[in-house]
Ligand binder design. Sequence first.
Ligand SMILES: Cc1ncc(COP(=O)(O)O)c(C=O)c1O
Length: 460
Amino acid sequence: MSSAEEARLRALEAKVCSFGDTVHYVDHPPIFTGCDGSYMYDREGTPYLDLQMWYSVANFGYRNERLNNVVKRTLDTLPQIASQYLHRGEIELAAMIAEDMERKFGMAGRVHFNVGGAQAIEDSLKVVRNACDGKSLMFAFEGGYHGRTLGASAITSSYRYRRRYGHFGEKALFVEFPYHFRNGRGMEKEEYASAIVKRFARLFETEYNGLWDPKTRQCEYAAFYAEPVQGTGGYIIPPMNFFKELKQVLDDHNVLFVVDEIHMGMYRTGKLWAIEHYGVKPDVLTFGKAITNGLNPLAGLWAREELINPERFPAGSTHSSFNSNPLGTDVALEIMKMCAEKDYETSVAEKGKRFLDGLKWLMGRHDAIGEVDGLGLALRIEVCQPEDRWTPNKALLDKMVDIALSGGLEHNGKKIGLIPNIGGYYKNVFTLAPSLDISHAEIDLAIELFDQLFTRAARA
Ligand SMILES: Cc1ncc(COP(=O)(O)O)c(C=O)c1O
């Protein structure tokens, strides 16, 4: 693509594309023309090491040959079928997910498909409300993100996503998430997490606390929505006691536990589902994003049999023309098979440790890093003021993003770019989601490029 063609496309975009359907985080986003493995390429062929991987969608690398071949095969056999009919891919995929859930959590259940993450959340709200006789109130976490449809926005903590549209239902009651670096100073992580659960449990102490009727043992709230590790919130990793203690309170008060694995599922944290680290059982689990490596939209949910059997949740309870589309289900099935063959549990944990060691080394060199942390290949760098290494420093992070996306970093005398992802309550956190197949050399390169970025941005 020539520079004139790029200029033409930019002018056209400014005129005809809605800005409302994306974040437009930077003023001048690069136009990419190719991708492969862990890299995106611009029109000059400059590589950009991608540490975002399409918001943890392309976990298995860009243009993954094995997965692309499945799409090509399906294109030549059964690429289209109305969602009211059946095909092998959807049934076998549902079976693989349901059997895995039964093996890990000891519960029978069913899998229900839709197209995007937010739609899967909408469907989960229907499953929950239906199971709880129409109760419509939910708990969710401060800093949580569940998508931007109207229902999903109501259980996502940011008012920003609701402002301008009015309310279409009750918003969730948002409970503090164990964000130890910001809110738990002076306490051990586990002690801080327990204190949050104790504060939450207080809401159920007597009928006067407002949401529990001890006589009927009924809670006014139907379910608690949780990301095991907060994604958009800044890759915040709760300590291992947190969900066990929280789940005990939920079980004691008949509140369902809905686990949103749309971001952290598919081995991002080193387990198929991030909740597996925490030793608790979900009642409903939502998935999306990396389930197809981004090749064709597919998302969905698993729910316990009691909540979703056909008598409880009959045919047509939800519907989308595109759900269970064979391009999506066939590639997702292949991913599940690939994951069963490859030992991602070991490799993601090992690569994650190498990456986190590199981030700790960076922290020793740059005072603007307040905290680094990681679970598998979900890693975080919190960018702060150098004086106290705590006050959020979004201005420095923004400078770093501009430099990274300009493609003007250097490696072995050649130009290279870096694709970061930004998250966190103060938008001062690099949330790193590299390819799960990232090589050791690429991890070391990522550390080297971050080292350059911190140095250059501090000088700029
Ligand atoms: C935890 C979580 N849930 C739901 C969603 C919404 O998914 P989608 O963007 O596919 O609608 C996201 C998207 O980032 C997410 O991170």
